[in-house]
Design a protein around this ligand. Structure first.
Ligand SMILES: [Zn+2]
Ligand SMILES: [Zn+2]
Length: 223
């Protein structure tokens, strides 16, 4: 199997735009050739000159457009996008559980220890340093997990959350309400990210539900 194909099915691959992708211009009310061409141009990325599917964004670090891009994560040195978002969410879930579990063991062990003997200082330092790391990790990963649970329930990416805030502000100035177009209801939103089978939600390799990432169901189709 060629390297590109192996990478494209890898669990860590965020998802790039296929070279054969052509955007749909029908929704641009483009009747003549000229307006069709300008509609197509609007859908081109001005940095890598690729056509941009809905929800795709250009990553400056990866130097390409990423499907349903969430953010570029410096910790995993990779983009988090359409194909690896589930793996990312499960990673922070298990990371949070592991950090909390370690904190509980460390604190309960420290409470039951008899500290009144000589030469205990290095031990104390070890407990304090480890405590700072595991409790700090629990809080940081727990906060990140909470944030991504919120985004998954709303079917939003981090980029779309900030774009949506601006769109809501602009809409409110015109007396309108803004609704995130890909929010199709909490349970359906979770199923789109984690899969239709609840028993496999926390299994990072269960990704048969992940489609090509070039189009997504919208609330208009569900209403
Ligand atoms: Zn691009
Ligand atoms: Zn990136």
């Amino acid at each position: 199997m060629e390297l590109k194909k192996i990478l494209s099915i890898h669990i860590l691959y965020p998802g790039g735009v296929p070279s054969s992708y052509l955007p749909d211009v029908e929704d641009h009310e483009a009747s003549d050739q000229e307006s069709k061409r300008s509609g197509l141009l609007k859908k081109k990325c001005d940095k890598c000159s690729e056509y941009k599917p809905p929800r795709a964004h250009h990553c400056r670090i990866c130097r390409r457009c990423i499907l349903r891009m969430d953010h570029h994560c410096a910790w995993i040195n990779n983009c988090v996008g359409h194909r690896n978002y589930k793996a990312f969410v499960t990673l922070i879930f298990y990371g949070t559980i592991a950090a909390i579990y370690s904190s509980v063991i460390l604190v309960s062990n420290a409470l039951h220890k008899d500290w009144n003997f000589d030469g205990v200082m290095p031990f104390k330092l070890f407990y304090i340093a480890t405590g700072v790391v595991v409790i700090g990790l629990s809080v940081t990963l727990g906060t990140l997990l909470g944030w991504h649970i919120y985004l998954t329930i709303r079917n939003m990416t981090t980029i779309e959350y900030y774009e949506g805030k601006r769109a809501a502000w602009l809409a409110s100035k015109s007396g309108l309400n803004y609704h995130h177009p890909y929010d199709v209801g909490a349970y359906k939103n979770i199923s789109l990210v984690l899969g239709p089978n609840m028993l496999k939600w926390l299994c990072p390799t269960a990704m048969s539900h992940i489609k090509d990432g070039l189009s997504f169901p919208t609330s208009r189709e569900y209403s």
